[in-house]
Design a protein around this ligand. Structure first.
Ligand SMILES: Cc1cc2nc3c(=O)[nH]c(=O)nc-3n(C[C@H](O)[C@H](O)[C@H](O)COP(=O)(O)OP(=O)(O)OC[C@H]3O[C@@H](n4cnc5c(N)ncnc54)[C@H](O)[C@@H]3O)c2cc1C
Length: 359
């Protein structure tokens, strides 16, 4: 019997596989799609995420043509601009396919087994083990980790899904073959929609559009709401197919049951406006990897993950508080104007707030 089966080979699942295998655990990842995987994402990795990549041994595997340093966050609302430098070690803009390839290499190098096109179809939690159903038969493990993304089918089957959250928002992303004009992630604000611009390589810029349900529209029409950005991108060839996701906000009742843990987006998500999902997923995976040897020895019951779950609740609560604050600014133009004026005049204050938010 394996120590753990991980459902989902996204950043959370692959990071956990690397962290667990580095501790000598027998980890199997089952990913329903092909790897490396692409996904709708703003692709900004905050300093905590960069540190996690280092710790997992994945940073060295990043394709140099598919990532770029990010040294600041810049908020732009028409003529109003406020910029905060990021704390050390800075951030990265990373094409999702490159991030996936690097985490896959780190997981395999650590000794984890990763199977592609191997969907988890069902599972049964029994006394002392979990049986995981795949198209190619059953896998037995002491623990199942559901890292199966926003719409976690495993979480839903277990009744862990929380009530729908109000204020549904959606994301769309596309890349443009153009040299980044800045080492900042830019967040442009307009009525009901934000554009999240990330350098994702020496010759590539990603533009993710986040919008309220009432503002949903085709990508080119949403982009046209940001005339200066649209003018900058005019004529640049597109460098990826359009990809979307949503509704973004998902609640869970809890993250652990006996022999089952939810990780990454599967464990709850609020919004992409602060660009924190990847860092949360990687940090959560590292913490879970550290907790696994003792938890498995104790039988992998929910109680053996209590300390990890408390840590995740705290991490999530901080992320949720900051995200709600930024969403409030996005939704209230007058408040946003005042905040940008103030933060624009006091970049050191903005940098301190960002450092406290992303530490
Ligand atoms: C528009 C948008 C912009 C974003 N921008 C940023 C950003 O700039 N910075 C940031 O940090 N975060 C950002 N995020 C959030 C980030 O994309 C997620 O937090 C991150 O992908 C979570 O990783 P994950 O591994 O939990 O889930 P996912 O990346 O969704 O991976 C889940 C994996 O599970 C697999 N899977 C699902 N079901 C099964 C099954 N039954 N069997 C096997 N495999 C299965 C899927 O194929 C997938 O590969 C953004 C999100 C959106 C939507």
């Amino acid at each position: 019997m394996r120590d753990l089966v991980i459902a989902g080979g996204g950043p959370a699942g692959l990071a956990l596989a690397a962290a667990a295998a580095r501790r000598g655990l027998d980890a199997l990842v089952l990913e329903r799609g092909a790897l490396p995987a692409d996904k709708a994402c703003g692709e900004g990795l905050l300093p905590a995420g960069v540190r996690a990549l280092e710790e997992l041994g994945a940073r060295a595997h990043l394709d140099p043509s598919a990532h770029a340093p990010v040294r600041a966050i810049r908020w732009i609302d028409g003529a109003r601009v406020a910029e905060a430098r990021l704390p050390a070690p800075g951030g990265l803009g990373v094409r999702r396919t490159a991030l996936s390839a690097a985490l896959l290499a780190a997981a395999r190098a650590a000794g984890a087994e990763v199977r592609e096109r191997a969907a988890v179809l069902g599972h049964r939690r029994l006394a002392g083990e979990v049986r995981v159903e795949t198209g190619a038969g059953e896998e037995r493990a002491r623990l199942l980790v559901a890292a199966d993304g926003l719409a976690s089918a495993i979480g839903r089957r277990e009744g862990l899904e929380g009530p729908p959250r109000p204020g549904r928002r959606f994301g769309l992303r596309r890349h443009f073959a153009i040299a980044p004009w800045s080492d900042a992630v830019e967040v442009h604000f307009a009525e009901g929609v934000e554009a999240y611009v990330t350098p994702a390589g020496p010759g590539r810029v990603g533009v993710a559009l986040l919008c309220e349900e009432a503002a949903r529209d085709a990508y080119p029409r949403l982009l046209a709401r940001f005339p200066a950005l649209a003018a900058r991108l005019a004529g640049a060839p597109t460098d990826s197919p359009l990809a979307g996701a949503g509704p973004l906000a998902r609640a869970v009742r809890r993250r652990t049951l006996d022999r089952l843990v939810l990780l990454g987006d599967a464990a709850g998500y609020l919004d992409a406006i602060t660009g924190e999902g990847l860092s949360l997923a990687l940090a959560g995976a590292l913490a879970l990897g550290a907790a696994l040897p003792a938890a498995l020895q104790a039988g992998a019951g929910a109680a053996s993950f209590a300390a990890w779950e408390r840590g995740e609740r705290l991490r999530y609560a901080r992320y949720a508080a900051v995200t709600r604050l930024v969403l409030a600014l996005a939704r209230r133009p007058a408040l946003r104007a005042r905040a940008l004026d103030r933060l624009g005049r006091h970049p050191a204050l903005f940098a301190r707030l960002v450092a406290a938010a992303v530490a």
